[in-house]
Design a binder for this molecule. Sequence first.
Ligand code: F6R
Length: 258
Amino acid sequence: MTSTTADRATSASVFVVPDYDTLCDLVTNRIAALVHDKPNAVLGLATGSTPLGVYDRLARRHAGDGLDFSQVTCFNLDEYYPMDANSPHSYHHFMQENLFSRINCPRWFVPDGQPRGEAEIAHACRDYEARIAASGGIDLQLLGIGRSGHIGFNEPGSPPDSRTRLVTLHAMTRQDAADSFGGLGNVPRQAVSMGIGTILDAREIVMMASGAAKASIVQSAWTEDVADHVPASWVRLHPNARLCLDTDAASLLPHENR
Ligand code: F6R
């Protein structure tokens, strides 16, 4: 495997807040401000446990303050493969349950995990990229970070110019998903994910991490060389990116990196 590296330079800024609730307030405020200022904003969204508090807050802003998503378009980062969109394990289902059944956003897309041939998958991935481009590109991409260093399901080794494609999940990623699938053997080995290049094309990136379990990978991503063995490190080179952490996730980050 060839490895691409850059240097340690970082354009992105780091915000550290005391706890998960404050972290979610911070990120929710940024997304709500964007939707308020640009009613037809295009959002890139993540699944996983980290953004759940943000989705709940956005739904409550919609219900309570009338935050309007009627002209917003959303693209999710990834979906397991193979995966039926109607399965309770699908990211499609996750987004429906946690956000889209609770707000008035008519246009939301999740990569399609239905099983099919290689050529058809490649075609669907190109379509996903084309749909993002046709929507005007992503204004704000929300990211979590996996313990493997992945963003989306771009595992170590994913090059910075990668686009939406079929990927193989890291053993640690499958292990982390085992409980929710009722055992490691039930976790898919592959996924369809936006690429690092797709993510870096967003006009703004907000990467969130919470909890001590993320401290070590946050430290690697933010203090070691920018390199494809820690995919999240590429976010540091984006001209308009923020890393938003609670104190537990930031606990191994030297003060000069904050
Ligand atoms: C999910 C995704 C992943 C998660 C990451 C962190 O769509 O793209 O990169 O953001 O695995 O997951 P949590 O938030 O569950 O720790």
